[in-house]
Design a binder for this molecule. Structure first.
Ligand SMILES: [Zn+2]
Length: 222
């Protein structure tokens, strides 16, 4: 796959967006995979890298869909092994949603000083504006559930048929300023939040989720 956009983080790490090269996309869907919103959840990056290798080796399964891959949204947090980015902001509380609110405390769920204050948040918003994805899959750890926002219930259940994770619409605690609210609820884009189990090898995670990834990448009806 080919690098098509890049942004430098606060600590000068590249945040990279890739797409499959030389493909004919007309009439297909645009599907965006995003890993590592939270720096201490690195598993998603490995799965997206596996998907990218799969597409390089066997591009036909994506049909006319455009697959966009952002393997690591939060490279600074990954380097620091923190949930938040280099400024200590939880990127999943930093999106300019109607329910965004300033955190009372600067803890690991810190919202940032204002909505959209962070480079990573703004880069992702730019990507949505430019590429207008038809479906978005974000990868987190550790709950082993399929959570969704926006019109993604059918797809969530389809994914569950492949990986046997339970579908759960509400994660059980408030998430003001979340990406799911921004893209799924407020922009009506189907957003799947795939929560991977922890204490599971990358090989096992890929074995459990490969078929779902391939299904999503090749699907033309959501
Ligand atoms: Zn997370």
């Amino acid at each position: 796959m080919k690098l098509i956009n890049q942004r430098l983080s606060n600590n000068n790490n590249g945040i990279q967006l890739y797409t499959a090269e030389s493909r004919y996309y007309e009439n297909g869907k645009t599907i965006l995979f995003i890993g590592v919103f939270h720096g201490d959840e690195p598993e998603g990056e490995f799965l997206i890298e596996n998907l990218m290798n799969e597409i390089d080796n066997n591009p036909d399964f994506t049909g006319r869909n455009q697959i966009l891959c952002l393997p690591c949204l939060n490279p600074d947090g990954k380097e620091l092994k923190t949930r938040g980015n280099a400024n200590g902001v939880d990127l999943n509380r930093n999106f300019p949603t109607k329910n965004w609110e300033l955190s009372a405390q600067k803890n690991e769920y810190y919202s940032g000083d204002y909505a959209g204050s962070e480079i990573e948040t703004r880069f992702l918003i730019e990507i949505l504006d430019e590429h207008k994805p038809d479906i978005i899959v974000t990868l987190h750890t550790p709950y082993r559930i399929i959570n969704y926002d926006g019109p993604a219930e059918k797809l969530a259940h389809k994914i569950s048929e492949f990986n046997n994770y339970p579908v759960q619409q509400d994660i059980g605690y408030p998430t003001p300023g979340s990406f799911g609210t921004y893209a799924g609820i407020e922009r009506n884009i189907p957003v799947i939040t795939l929560e991977l189990p922890d204490n599971t090898s990358i090989e096992q995670l890929w074995a459990d989720n490969k078929d779902a990834f391939i299904y999503i990448s090749g699907s033309t009806s959501f």
